[in-house]
Design a protein around this ligand. Structure first.
Ligand SMILES: [Zn+2]
Length: 77
């Protein structure tokens, strides 16, 4: 009788090991990486990552040309 219990436990252990190896935990879809802060070009309104923008004071621009154009527009000299 003791042998039967041992065998059952052995089979159970093997079964558990097999199912554990087979059943990979479903990998949750990684949430999209939080995108870098987007800023808006003060001149043309295009949105771009903050790291790629040109910052002048509190304003961001998509390019140096727009920064200059915006400066010309807002600060006529
Ligand atoms: Zn722009």
């Amino acid at each position: 009788m003791n042998r039967v219990i041992t065998l059952v436990l052995l089979f159970l252990a093997i079964f558990l090991l097999i199912t554990r190896f087979r059943k990979k935990p479903p990998e949750p879809e990684p949430p999209p990486a939080p995108s870098e802060n987007m800023v808006r070009c003060a001149h043309c309104g295009v949105h771009l990552p903050k790291g790629e923008s040109i910052t002048a004071g509190q304003q961001h621009f998509c390019s140096d040309a727009h920064r200059l154009a915006h400066m010309d527009k807002t600060e006529p000299s």
